[in-house]
Design a protein around this ligand. Sequence first.
Ligand code: SF4
Ligand code: SF4
Length: 174
Amino acid sequence: MKKVKRIKVDLDKCNGCRACEVICSAFHATPKYSSTNPERSRIRLVFDPIRDVYVPILAGEYTEAECNSRHTYTIDGKEYDECSFCRSSCPSRNLFKEPDSGLPLKCDTCEDEPPQEEPLCVQWCINDALTYEETEEEGEEEKKTEEMELGLEELVKKHGVKKVMDTVSRIAKG
Ligand code: SF4
Ligand code: SF4
């Protein structure tokens, strides 16, 4: 089993206070907490205060791909390019890039020192728009083994243990 960390976002509760950006950028500043530059934050807010639309986006994986298709989201009558809500650091835009070096940024769930009980953006979100949970989930290898076991069980049911064992030993001998 592997531990899966998940930050959940409830858009209905986000009021655009941007405290998440402040604390994330401060935690990742050098020295720590020496500045609050949102450009350094691994969570960024897409916002439209006139329509009361606030969407926190957590930085995901870096990608070299520059998408050649575009979709459009319409929220409350306003159209947004899908790039607005993309989590990737990519060559097409400046979002999620370290301002000094240009290196891609990715949320590390605040795993740096000092250790945090919960990700800092979650702790600082007083509106509970961000919540955190850890779950144990099967890894790919465990899933494959389980599927293989189920497959064998079906073969045994259909052909009997002896026939299956004979076939396996014949395959093993090559
Ligand atoms: S701290 Fe919470 S309410 Fe404030 S902008 Fe971030 S997600 Fe939204
Ligand atoms: S979990 Fe930590 S690193 Fe990730 S966005 Fe929140 S504050 Fe930043």
